[in-house]
Design a protein around this ligand. Structure first.
Ligand code: SF4
Ligand code: SF4
Length: 237
């Protein structure tokens, strides 16, 4: 497929599934037949994923991108042979980096869940068309550490939610459940941290909170999510 279609989720999944190396062959920059020039985007993605790899303790040399044309079989052969040698020299993923069995998968699983958030947070940088001299230091390890450590959690405040259902309709991954006159709740395992719910919750309710550096509290248990209007509370009293 076109290098522009190679998603960071594909690369992370390959490593998570035990691949020792990932090689991406792409057309030369500025030689794309389409207006999309997806190879620029792929290069930015590779620069970012290499920093993520370093952050989780994997050798970034396990990921390589090579520009070449369809007429450059010699470049393809030389670059793949060189990559294979690099990977053989590095050895099996994880153990060679001093990680214990299962650690690669668990570390990458956390990052895989943040792919959408990372893409949104770094959208501008991921979409730029870089000159090769800008590659070095384009993404930094500190930047990636901050990005991953400050991944937010979104939480619906039970005493503020008025069950208008707007957030549930707009959530792109159906992570919000709720019913008429029932406090809505976010499934943290499904949430991709896009922030749509906080944007669409009406200001008069402002029921969604963004939490950074701490997990969201558990939602109210099922059966205790009914919204009782103030007038009904008075009548009951
Ligand atoms: S941030 Fe909100 S809208 Fe976005 S995925 Fe999570 S729950 Fe859904
Ligand atoms: S948009 Fe706000 S008030 Fe409406 S259901 Fe979602 S959290 Fe509750």
């Amino acid at each position: 497929m076109c290098s522009g279609r190679v998603d960071m989720a594909h690369v992370l999944r390959a490593f998570s599934n035990g691949m020792d190396g990932v090689f991406i062959g792409a057309c030369h920059l500025n030689e794309c037949n389409y207006i999309t020039h997806g190879n620029f985007l792929a290069k930015n993605m590779v620069l970012l994923v290499k920093k993520i790899m370093a952050h989780v303790g994997l050798n970034p040399d396990r990921l390589r991108m090579q520009f070449m044309s369809g007429a450059e079989a010699n470049v393809f052969v030389a670059s793949t042979n060189s990559f294979i040698k690099t990977i053989k020299d590095l050895g099996p993923i994880g153990n060679s980096e001093g990680l214990v069995d299962g650690e690669v998968r668990s570390k990458l699983a956390r990052v895989e869940k943040l792919v959408s958030y990372i893409k949104i947070a770094k959208k501008e940088k991921l979409n730029r068309r870089l000159n090769p001299e800008e590659y070095e230091g384009y993404f930094t390890e500190d930047e990636i550490a901050q990005l991953l450590n400050e991944a937010p959690a979104y939480y619906i405040e039970p005493d503020k939610c008025q069950a208008c259902m707007i957030c549930a309709r707009r959530c792109p991954v159906d992570a919000i459940t709720g019913a008429k006159r029932e406090v809505h709740v976010i499934d943290q395992d499904k949430c991709i941290k896009c922030g749509t719910c906080i944007d669409v919750c009406p200001t008069k309710f402002s029921a969604v909170t963004k939490m950074v550096g701490r997990p969201a509290p558990p939602p109210p248990p099922e059966g205790k999510r009914a919204i009782v209007k103030k007038s009904e509370e008075k009548e009951a009293a």
